[in-house]
Design a binder for this molecule. Structure first.
Ligand SMILES: [Zn+2]
Ligand SMILES: [Zn+2]
Ligand SMILES: [Zn+2]
Length: 485
């Protein structure tokens, strides 16, 4: 029999990967590669300022307009508490921002300034000032400055909305899309850290080697469901290393937090995993396209579940809605009291908060673990509240901050350092399982099917998750079945 000739014309044509979110893979890097690099290290005895001049002619118009952006930023960690001031001067106009850098905590920092390119620009300079009181070591990586020049920003007016309206510090300095790195005068080689690839902008940017939950250029992939078992998100192939192969294991074991390990193939494994896209790409080019879909279903589901958790824990504890309770007990407004208690400042970043209305109340101990809102709430700014979300204080604040938080809130330090669900609520729940399943979860709001899902299922799921982080582990439905048989 004559073998049929194959001409190959039926071979499927490979299309550019592009799905409904408008997200497309930008190149060879998949987000699963990493580099082992050294920080730059500066040893300072006193306050120091480094100033850099820019050439005004090389400013780039962005967003199809005459707006140009000058920016400066990088990733810093320091062995003592210091302040870093970033400033941008255009002609004689000065714009600056100060970051309080707590010791031994990695920070992503940046500052930007919009310039009108139609106006005559005489000179532009940027500066970084390290304000130190004692001799100290500062380490940094990916320090850069210059004009923001991203092709997609140049052509895209829509991007301006995201750029200008974003809670900026969340995406600083990633959203400047710097491709160069600069070394500050007198720097020497520092210590090992990691940078990871972004599958969209194809840059390598830092992930936090010392505390994955304090995220740098990438958000975590799995938090409540950690360890992240999604290989693409948690398994990084080392593509470049400034160290000998024989040193790598030692570095991963001894220099990095224990949420990182080396697998037998020599890949770095991350406990929480990280997104494939850097924060800026995720926000500007992935989520922006997804946002309209999210608002309708995801947000509603989230807020319904949060309200259910608030209600459930209050019902079990037999307490009223804190706003109501507080007014009856003290005759005062709850929000305002918390705002005043925290001296009208965000507890995390120390920025002033103009009024109680713009303050964001954080549960301190997370609502997802059945701690309802009460007098122990923390006053945060929008940015910090967004970053903290449902994280346990111990995974968000430094030791010193925890001590201070204990004083402000009156919560025992031991509790603030724990990662346990509200045991009191869970004990009460265990005695009211039938009520919980038959009454509480049967509320019409929770059993109505939306987008093919019942809120009751997601509430039950989340409650079981909280119970798994308590001293009395049980499964609600198993317990219910036992009681009914
Ligand atoms: Zn990116
Ligand atoms: Zn994951
Ligand atoms: Zn803040």
């Amino acid at each position: 029999m004559v073998k049929k000739k194959s001409y190959g014309f039926k071979t499927p044509v490979r299309r550019i990967t592009k799905n409904v979110t408008g997200h497309k893979v930008g190149g060879e890097l998949t987000g699963g590669e990493c580099e082992l690099i050294n920080t730059q290290l500066l040893e300072l005895n006193e306050t120091q300022i480094h100033k850099f001049e820019l050439i005004p002619e090389s400013a780039v118009g962005l967003f199809n307009s005459n707006v140009g952006i000058v920016a400066i930023g990088g990733y810093f960690i320091c062995e003592a508490d210091i302040r870093i001031k970033l400033s941008i001067t255009v002609n004689k106009e000065l714009s600056e921002i100060t970051y309080d850098i707590e010791k031994n905590r990695f920070y992503s920092i940046g500052h930007d300034f919009e310039i009108d390119l139609e106006e005559k620009i005489e000179n532009i300079s940027v500066a970084i000032e390290f304000i130190v009181t004692n001799k100290t070591k500062i380490e940094y990586s990916h320090f850069s400055y210059g004009f923001v020049d991203k092709l997609e920003y140049r052509e895209n007016e829509e991007a301006y909305k995201h750029y200008a309206n974003s809670k900026k510090t969340i995406c600083f300095p990633e959203q400047f899309y710097f491709t160069k790195q600069y070394i500050i005068e007198n720097s020497i080689v520092g210590n090992p850290i990691m940078s990871k690839s972004c599958n969209r902008c194809q840059r390598y940017l830092p992930i936090n080697p010392f505390n994955q939950r304090i995220q740098l250029a990438f958000s975590n992939h799995c938090t409540t469901k950690a360890p992240c078992t999604h290989k693409n998100f948690s398994n990084y192939r080392i593509t470049k290393s400034e160290f000998e192969n024989s040193e790598i294991e030692n570095i991963v074991t001894n220099n990095f937090e224990n949420g990182y390990s080396l697998d037998p193939n020599g890949n770095i494994i991350s406990y929480y995993g990280h997104q494939l896209e850097c924060k800026a790409c995720k926000k500007f080019f992935v989520n922006a396209a997804l946002n309209h879909l999210r608002t309708s279903s995801q947000h509603r589901e989230d807020s319904l579940r949060r309200r259910a958790f608030e209600l459930l824990s209050r019902k079990l504890l037999g307490i009223k809605w804190i706003y109501h309770e507080f007014r009856i007990k003290t005759g005062k407004e709850f929000d305002k009291e918390i705002w005043l208690k925290f001296n009208k400042k965000c507890f995390n970043c120390n920025n002033d908060i103009k009024s109680a209305k713009v303050m964001h109340l954080d549960h301190t101990m997370p609502l997802s673990h059945l701690y309802p809102l009460d007098e122990t709430a923390t006053c945060l700014c929008a940015t910090c509240n967004n970053a903290k979300s449902d994280i346990f204080p111990v995974d968000f604040y430094t030791e010193e901050k925890l001590i201070s938080l204990s004083k402000y809130t009156g919560l025992p330090l031991e509790l603030l350092k724990s990662r346990k669900a509200n045991q009191k609520v869970i004990d009460l729940l265990k005695n009211k399982i039938i009520w919980f399943v038959e009454d509480f979860l049967n509320h019409p709001d929770y059993v109505r099917v939306r987008d093919g899902k019942k809120a009751a299922d997601s509430i039950l799921n989340s409650v079981n998750k909280a119970i798994s982080k308590s001293d009395t582990k049980f499964d609600v439905l198993e317990e219910y079945t036992k009681l009914k048989s």
